[in-house]
Design a binder for this molecule. Sequence first.
Ligand code: HEM
Length: 536
Amino acid sequence: MFPAALILAIALVTLYVALSVRTVFALRHFGGHWSAGWSRIWLLRTQSSGEMNKRFTEINDKYGSTARVGPSILVTTDPDLLRRMSAVRSPFTRGPFYAALKLHPERENIVSVRDERKHNELRTRMASGYAGKENPHLEQDIDEQLLNFFDLINSKYVARPQEGIFRTVDISRITSFFTLDVISKIAFGQTFGFLVNDEDPFGYLKNLEDFLPAIIVFGVYTELTKILKMPLLKAALPKSTDKRGLGRVMGFARDRVQERFGHKAIVRQDMLGSFINHGLTQGELESETITQITAGSDSTASSLRLTLHFVCTSPPILKRLLAEVDGAIAAGRVSRPVIRDSEARQLPYLQACIKEGLRIYPPVTGQMAKLVPIGGVNIDVDGVENYVPGGTQIAWNSWGMMRHQDIFGPDCEIYRPERWLPKDKGEQEQSRIARMTDTVGLCFGSGRFGCLGRGVALMELNKALIETVLRYNLQPCSLSKPFNEMVVGFYVHTDMNFVITERREDNAKVDAQDHENFGFHAAALPGAEDGTSGGE
Ligand code: HEM
């Protein structure tokens, strides 16, 4: 008995070692951390480090534009490879990674479904709803939420030090409130009420933070998603009957969907209305509405808050942006109280600021790994052809992709919107900018996997960035640590505390007058000018 068990154990270990060696050798042409060929522990540690974007970039910088991060996982910063994998007739498919993006306990959604035919069909039916083509109120709905955003700031967060009112606000929180209310309004005609209540009414954002460990583990060991089908674990997943968190959001979405069916069905021209017109069933919609909320809120919020941060902490950039828009307002090219999307698109420096924001902080940093087809493919890695066997997943490193020095210039770590402005009208400049534009557009993915909400996201950014800097001065409370950041495929920002004061044309004049009226003098510390050391 004993020898038989021993033989079995030895046979299993030998089999395991042989399979591992085969896996390690299959991608031996690709550099990476020494342990990455043997296990996914390095990947797990990287994902849980809170700075996966930077660690992936270190690996790509060291080992090449496509490098190894797991036994059968590569990561790439190569824009051409991403385009190739996502192209309409490409044989690459979604990798097992996508299964981890299933949020509804029973149903797939457009982001998680791996079956190509089903995905394609869903995409065709949902595209016009996401693009807002069947929603005549889309722009007005966004404007309304932006004005609610300003009402919240005006009523609770504007500091007026001269009146003894000292306030700060965490802009990571209120920018999320803004995009969450926008998406709920344009998706099903009713806001969640984040902005008007100045709170997270469902505990959704808090719940997202609680889920971070699971998001990290499932993103690496994607096969674990299968165990979630077990009744015991399934019961622990968010449900639409929950009182708080994602489950409560699911319940809200389910109720909005239910209202559209039955004999007293509400008919509205919004995303949901468009999806219904294109034949999505009630069950499909219950799953898709959760995806709308998760896909459509955090990414835009992080881009908005970080672009605001970069613009407002760089006086020459802010000055130039304001000069551009003030000039356009004076020329009657900007609607009030909120700029139109079409007008914002005509402001080159505003566009440069937005593109630079998306470049320096691409909002989606998750793997979004594509699966190499059976039979394998040859790919180019920095000028060398390498074979990748079928079944390998190729993830993207969006952070590294947006930092290619040969595309964006040697100062790609710096927020500099000027890089987007042509230095002359020559062909070389045109192709430099076209290449940068093509690459930064990839932060939305590409081809048959590209973001369906791109137009909505850009509309929000076009409006919110310029209208905020027109109304307010924003100053981070701490320059040494302006915010806490955790990167887990998206950004979790906390304590992004800013002082917000009203921007009034006459502010500078008023201050100068105050000094005159009260006879203030700069009381300099004794020092060099009067020849004293100031120490006595
Ligand atoms: C700056 C903001 C945004 C960025 C950077 C962004 C980026 C992305 C990326 C990288 C993907 C996946 C690409 C892939 O799988 O290869 C994606 C997919 C998607 N996004 Fe966005 N997104 C943004 C905003 C939005 C908004 C506002 C919405 C909804 C209104 C939205 C809806 C979607 C949907 C539905 C998909 C799935 C498309 C499909 O599977 O065919 N996104 N987005």
